[in-house]
Design a protein around this ligand. Sequence first.
Ligand code: ADP
Length: 415
Amino acid sequence: MKILVLNSGSSSLKYQLIDAHTEEVVAKGLAECIGVAQRCGQIVAETKLAGKIAFETEMNNHDEAMDRVFALLTDPEKGAVKRIDEIAAVGHRVVHGGEKFVQPTLITDEVLAEVEKVSQLAPLHNPPNLAGIRACMRLMPGIPQVAVFDTAFHATIPDCAFIYALPYDYYTAFGVRRYGFHGTSHQYVAGIALDMLAKQGIAPEASRIVTCHLGNGCSMTAISGGRAVDTSMGLTPTEGLVMGTRSGDLDPAILVYLARRLDAPASDIDRIINKESGLLGVSGLSSDMRDIEDAASKGHARAALALEVFCYRIRKYVGAYAAAMGGLDAIVFTAGIGENSPVVRERACRHLGFLGVELDEAKNASERGRAVDIATASSRVRVLLIPTNEERMIARETMRVIAESAAPSPLLMAP
Ligand code: ADP
């Protein structure tokens, strides 16, 4: 039994076919430049049987991209599935679930209509997610489709942390509140962190951890007793940490000031804070942390500044979340930067000794690719490096939903 996990973005479609029991990835791939007029579409795919293949193919929309992916997966000779019913379900990453979807959800026509309504909150993200779902419903009729929302893990955040101090009517009328994103990743690494802490005698119910997902997009979540209580992204993914090209936290009046100075419409301001800011904006060089670290080490002043602003913001959030939770047992680093950059981890933890954070420099420098504690033995706060795996989490949640939906209703069970 296999679960197909799909992540469809605006011009790309990523997939993994995961064995439901062993959690082994039996096929995976990426279709890129979907519907991009200037460039031909490209597919890179990998299966155990056929190895890696890459080819160009025209893909005008997600329907056509999914046709290609489906043909690859079910190819009679080299495909990863011989019969379509080997795929038990498809799990879809859906970015925004609004307040309506606080759990992974079996997709029905009604659910699709509701997700469509929520698209107002995520006009760039939800429509391609929906296109991927529709393409799968067409190609695999009868196979359960499950939506796993990036926002869902944050549904436990209390109102004092999710309400913005704006006129309250904007919350009730337009849904303006903190939702948070990267929930699947925060949930996955938090699960592993709780197991690691339990082995050291810290019970999950009593644990207070901060998870740092540091990739191209970056966010942090405060997790108390295993439940999210605050997170750094907000109504949109722009709030919070410094990211590759997003500014993160700003004085909101800057937006008004810039609009006036530049005589710019809202769409320009949106582009500036989402595509031209962050590491790229401060350094003037690159949005990629590897380039920033490299240039900073060679004396590039603005790259060094970008690195410092990035790490300082993380450190401030650790302090804020420790205060929010009344203490701290572990900091978790994950995603591209969190898993691979000893420099960022060291700087983010600098000056946190007063909280009981002591990084083991040798472990921080040498560890990579596995879940490991990189704090000193005497550190009161554990510092954990945990590789994330959003696809595995989506596959697990998808399995859970189909198992629950198949379970006989208690009302129908024999007395
Ligand atoms: P996405 O959010 O697109 O999934 P990733 O989680 O893959 O992104 O993270 C991408 C980021 O990770 C980039 O900024 C990249 O530079 C950074 N990164 C990857 N490897 C390293 C490394 N060895 N050192 C520092 N940064 C790294």
